[in-house]
Design a protein. Sequence first.
Length: 310
Amino acid sequence: MFGLSEETKNQQVFFSEIENKEISLFMKREDEIHPFISGNKYRKLKYNIEEALKQKQTTLLTFGGAYSNHIAATAYAGFENNFKTIGVIRGDELANNLDEVLQTNPTLKFAHEHNMDFHFVTRSAYREKTTSKFIASLKEKFGDFYLVPEGGTNTFAIKGCEEILTENDEKFDVICGAIGTGGTISGIINSIKKHQTVIGFPALKGDFLQHEIKKYVLKNNNWSLNTNYHFGGYAKISEELITFINKFKSETNIPLDPVYTGKMMFGIVDLIKKNTFKKGTKILAIHTGGLQGIEGMNTFLKKKKLPLID
Ligand SMILES: *Cc1c(COP(=O)(O)O)cnc(C)c1O
């Protein structure tokens, strides 16, 4: 499954809101790299799976929220490569009515159908997930495992993300990517050419990201974060964002996810409308996938009586 055709296509974006702006905008369709291991999660898992096989590990353990793209991707990657998988999931209340959760939460349902075992923990325990004490308690409970960090971010993940851009992308001036933990954007920054700059769009509040990214980016300062388009925080959404995502899809045929790529594209379009880029700029936005999250978000939107994502 890994290592096959790995170069994804760049699709030009023709969108009415920016059609008179003399900016050329493309999206790299990483969402199409694999039917279930979406976008950047494929890139991030590739060398981790390779390393786990090299270490002759039989179990992958990782962490995530109940709608996490990374949880869905790791479950499938483990399934395909004959690993047992354990998902440490934030929210101990989910354990109390697991049958109902599995019926109503498409992410956990998918992971469960691909043999992932869940270990639900309280939010406070979840915050301890990187401590050696917490990891030791997991080893006591589950035996030995290959640990994939939250969001998959480690040096193996960065290496995979350094393969997103190819020679064909050297014609672009600006590369944009959505940010959760910062692993993907770090790999992209490491692989740009001298004439290129990177703008990262964090999907969550907080300024820890600058520091995280600097851990993985060594040689290059040609990047910045735009923190104006997180819409109030991780997985927060507004009607304006939903309307944008639906309009964007109907005009361009590109589906966007509500947590990451929807916010990034909203930001890019807004910046273009405000003439932030000089005429003739060639922008490549990375579609990091995450479309599995739409169904879960729609369940939530329905409850809130908000419009749904098409
Ligand atoms: C996980 C994810 C991201 C964030 O990637 P990081 O490497 O954690 O910054 C961005 N976009 C999508 C669609 C994702 O699923």
